[in-house]
Design a protein around this ligand. Structure first.
Ligand code: FMN
Length: 160
């Protein structure tokens, strides 16, 4: 039998970064705070991004087949907070945040992030409550130097 407490304790020991995943559907843009992100291949360059199935962003990725990941800087906890509330509750999350649309995908990218990648969905596994999207990195850019924001530094939890 699965030891629920041990599962939670151990899974929460897996280190994570914090990103804003930018999504679009036609002219509509949205974004959400993401932490279940990692690299998955050198050639072609792939990342995995696990997206909650009942989120607005999930429906938008399903429709467009693309997403971006903006890497937040160590001081940008407030920015992460802006993006972890659902759009249906807070409305346009980009209202007070400077962004631009990525050249390859048209997905929103946070101007003040350290940098970004743009991805095209090349695979998806829908098993649990998140879809595991495999994204091929088709665009990337560095905005500035800095240390990335880590989940562990925020005191927040997502997982376990
Ligand atoms: C620290 C933290 C990390 C999160 N990581 C993820 C993640 O990796 N994948 C995900 O789908 N949601 C993640 N979320 C939840 C989304 O940010 C949340 O569901 C968001 O409100 C969805 O917005 P939307 O409905 O506008 O798409 C995380 C939330 C927090 C607080």
């Amino acid at each position: 039998m699965l030891d629920e407490q041990a599962k939670k304790t151990i899974l929460r020991m897996i280190p994570h970064g914090i990103y804003v995943c930018g999504v679009k559907d036609g002219e509509d843009v949205n974004g959400f705070t993401a932490s279940w992100v990692m690299q998955a291949s050198f050639v072609p360059p792939l990342v995995v991004n696990c997206v909650k199935q009942d989120s607005k962003s999930h429906a938008m990725i399903e429709a467009s087949g693309v997403f971006s990941l903006s890497v937040l800087a160590a001081g940008q906890k407030d920015l992460a907070q802006t993006f972890f509330k659902p759009q249906r509750r807070v409305g346009n999350k980009f209202e007070d945040v400077e962004f631009y649309l990525g050249q390859e995908t048209g997905c929103p990218i946070i101007s003040d992030a350290l940098g970004y990648v743009e991805c095209k969905v090349v695979g998806a596994v829908q098993k649990g409550d998140h879809t595991v999207y495999v994204g091929e990195v088709i665009g990337a850019g560095v905005h500035r130097e800095g240390e990335p924001l880590l989940l562990e530094s925020t005191g927040w939890q997502y997982g376990g």
